[in-house]
Ligand binder design. Structure first.
Ligand code: NAP
Length: 485
């Protein structure tokens, strides 16, 4: 296990290139969810520390924005290399505070590096336009410039890669950042300060504060020096941040909650669907925004799918993320376990059957058995609520239109998946689903090359793809006359 002396386990905030505590000296304890033990502490910062970080970021912005896209790309490539050189240590740190299996943690850290590298290149392609002018003596230019200081707030389920999607494009565009990682998983966030130092990123360009979410969030939203808020987390907090950012008319990017449907049609390859279902459901113990929340299976293959999913689920190895072969770690905390229990009790009281798992795991703590629930119906709570746990409720449907209507019956619109062997159906269903991310015969689809983001109340803006840098750029129109043409 990682020792406290590890260079990445920083019990301090990173402001203006210095490692500092909260002004009051107050701290918050951080716990390992697998062992229930304290790992260390972090500063309990608030408005004052955040304001100082914003002022440092604003000062740094004036010189950082003047660096060339190529200079920034060189530094971002160094940041990428620093992440990859330390992939194992960063992954262990992630497991320690978050609980996911080591292989998943390594994957997440690799993904963080991949986002940084992608945006290192995209920054060099932040093209403007030279527009055909309606006037013979004037020219029209459209330029792209960095937005300014960015406030970035991230959740505990992907504590490394969610920051990569924000710090990567921000720095590539020429913006500076003040980041606030989740209190339950702060060390993977603070590690970005160590990595930025190692890569030689100038002081003030990356700042990281921890502590009171409401105080830090309020300062980021209200301070006029911050020109954009980028948030990944729950829809509830996202809506609040949009409202709070309105007074200073900031740009906002929101990666919010999901309620992913997973449709299996009669003509699907059921074995492939089960394999995709396990990946799309039990990864990170079901605690991802793109995890399947509702399975809709057409009646012709319903029994077969349920039986095969039970078998696959029963084979999953539950354990500490650092143990070899672990496929499902603990849940983040006791309230997550209680929510899962409440949702299962609600379902069984309305006629659903628990056909695999259904209980706290024998390992104790916050471990929960991988669970399958058959005979789910739309009046059950998980039709509308994010489960965020290892539970697969399976609904039955008859007609294609009915399946699509059930899948769309939610305020969310982040990820969805469907399995079919019919080409016409592929296009009909794909065009009918109101989701920002669609996996067809695939259960894992996130990649840096593609735009990630939700529709409806799942969010605003895209992260990744060539679209991912746009939100960090302002567009300016310049009309040049008096040219004597
Ligand atoms: P959360 O409760 O919304 O917290 C996310 C972040 O917001 C944390 O850093 C939290 O800080 C902070 N926060 C809480 N209250 C705040 C306030 N008043 N002002 C400013 N910041 C505040 O979400 P979570 O439980 O950590 O994460 C799970 C949610 O994230 C799920 O809904 C999931 O679907 C969503 N998610 C979405 C995506 C996506 O890309 N769409 C990706 C991952 C997760 P503290 O930790 O200090 O409370």
């Amino acid at each position: 296990m990682l020792q406290k002396t590890s260079q990445f386990l920083r019990e301090a905030n990173y402001i203006d290139g210095a490692w500092v505590g909260a002004d009051s000296g107050a701290t918050v304890e951080v716990t390992n969810p697998a062992a229930g033990q304290t790992i260390g502490t972090i500063p309990k910062g608030g408005r004052t520390e955040t304001r100082r970080a914003i002022e440092a970021a604003d000062k740094a912005f004036h010189s950082w924005k003047k660096t060339s896209a190529n200079e920034r790309a060189v530094l971002l490539r160094k940041l990428h290399d620093a992440i990859m050189d330390n992939q194992d240590a960063l992954a262990e740190l992630l497991v320690l505070e978050q609980g996911k299996p080591l292989a998943e943690a390594k994957g997440e850290v690799g993904m963080s590096a991949a986002y940084v590298l992608w945006f290192a290149e995209e920054g060099r392609r932040a093209y403007g336009d030279l527009v055909p002018s309606p006037w013979a003596d004037r020219r029209i230019m459209v330029t792209k410039e960095p937005v300014g200081v960015i406030g970035a707030i991230t959740p505990w389920n992907f504590p490394s890669s969610m920051l990569a999607r924000k710090i990567g494009p921000a720095l590539a565009a020429g913006c500076t950042t003040v980041a606030k990682p989740a209190t339950q998983t702060p060390y993977s966030g603070l590690a970005w300060g160590v990595l930025a130092e190692e890569a030689g990123i100038p002081k003030g360009v990356v700042n990281i504060v921890t502590g009171s979410a409401s105080e830090i969030g309020d300062e980021l939203c209200e301070n006029p020096l911050v020109r954009k808020i980028t948030f990944t987390g729950s829809t509830e907090i996202g809506k609040m941040l949009i409202k709070k950012s309105a007074d200073t008319v900031k740009k906002v990017s929101m990666e919010l909650g999901g309620n992913a449907p997973f449709l299996v049609f009669d003509d699907a390859d059921v074995d492939r669907a089960v394999q995709g279902a396990v990946a799309a459901k039990y990864r990170n113990s079901g605690q991802t925004c793109v995890c399947t929340n509702r399975f809709f299976v057409q009646e012709g293959v319903y029994d077969q799918f349920v039986e095969k999913l039970i078998q696959a689920t029963n084979e999953l190895k539950v354990g500490s993320g650092l143990e070899d072969g672990t496929q499902q770690g603990p849940l983040i905390d006791q309230s997550a376990v209680e929510k899962v229990e409440e949702l299962i009790a609600d379902a069984t009281s309305k006629g659903a059957k628990v056909v695999a798992g259904g209980n706290r795991h024998a390992l104790g703590g916050t471990f929960f058995e991988p669970t399958v629930i058959s005979d789910a119906s739309p009046d059950m709570r998980f039709m509308q609520e994010e489960i965020f746990g290892p539970v697969s409720p399976i609904f039955r449907f008859k007609e294609e239109d009915e399946g699509v209507a059930l899948a769309n019956d939610t305020i969310f619109g982040l990820a969805c998946y469907f399995y079919t062997g019919d080409l016409g159906r592929t296009f009909r269903v794909m065009e009918g689903l109101r989701y920002g991310l669609i996996g067809v015969n695939e259960g894992i689809i996130t990649t840096v090359e593609a735009p990630f983001g939700g529709l409806k109340e799942s969010g605003l803006g895209k992260e990744g793809g060539h679209q991912g840098i746009e939100d960090y750029l302002d567009t300016k129109y310049v009309c040049i006359g008096g040219l004597g043409l």
